[in-house]
Design a protein. Sequence first.
Length: 430
Amino acid sequence: TKPQAQRKQPTSSRHDDVGRTLARCAGPALLSLVLTWQAPLLHDNAALAARPQNAASSAGSRVNKDAESLLRNGLPIAGPGEKEARKLQSAVESIKDDLRAKRIFAAAGDVETAKKLVTQTKEKIVSGGASAERQSEIAAKLEKMSEELEPIGAALSGIGQAGSPQERDALDEAGSRQFECAKLMTQIENRMVPVNYRATIPPDVADDLPRLDGRARVVFTLKKGPDAVKEGHAKFDVEGVLTEKARIEMIVDGYTTPLTSGNFLDLVKRKFYDGMPIQRSDGFVVQTGDPDGEDGPLVGFTPPGSKDVRRVPLEVSLASDKKNPIYGATTEDIGKGAQPVTLPFQAYGALGMARDEYEPDSASSQFFFLLFDSDLTPAGKNFLDGRYSAFGYAVSGEDFLSDVQVGDIIESAAILNAPPPFGTYDGIDP
């Protein structure tokens, strides 16, 4: 039956069952988490949220928690040059990982690998451009990457003693250059996406929903709520740095979730989130989107002139079939629960649509930022994947989420770059 907007009585049996399952396969750290976390619901019912029992099944495995890397991985590129581009991407990203861990020799080796790949596979990568114009742009960006890689090797060769000013300066220089290489890598792979690419939406899925094809950039600006100000907490505190406003930029991915992303952009464009308070912040998610708060009767967005809440189907993309998202069912429901999704919930600030736990097509306006913890979520063990629509990542300012509290206010939500009908951006790199 069609989900209704009225409230439901809370249920706990499924929470208890999943909690027991997690407890059997988890270590002590996660067991403590399961026993102490309460379900991050916006309402006093069993609806509309990611749930803490979905956090992880064990601890300790290394995962890729880099939002920009995950977005690159999610690009629907295939055919000529894809394999070579992914190898170059891996080398460029490994430089960042090794610099962060101060594995200097490993980072230097990554640089040499990247330089060799640029030289040896340039022609193949260029051939993967989706048009002659894009191929020319890819060639120019590969040349630019070569220029950026050279100073990284030079900086690492004269890094100085551990803890010295020379080491700090060398790491800063190398990190800055790697950042530029990673940005170029994104731009290269963006140009390998087929022109006018559109994910396939089955004809029986609602065709009256806003749709995003491609990607868009959105910014939320938050300020502290009146209760926080009254308590002397008028600024956001991120590791001792105080800031009056929190600015969080997000990439919203219409390649993977065209309807979820289109719905979200439509709400941003309508100023739906402007002035709305944060309605949940519990260390697991930061969540908002309830139009009249916890005590009101509404649970989502009702378009002007309509009596019904606009609902968005559960939309999940598998990495093995990016062209054809799954609608109206979890991957577990269709026997594909073990398959990796295109955009996994494994970055701090991953964006997900909240929904009724038992109604896959009940999402509307409530969404959450996942406060991802890699110590609790090993690769391939994230129970959010395939059960909730992941539609992008926070890519700037995500650290503010650590101090976003219930009652803090979304001062404004704005689209920075988006294609029609949400904006006028006609570029490839939002």
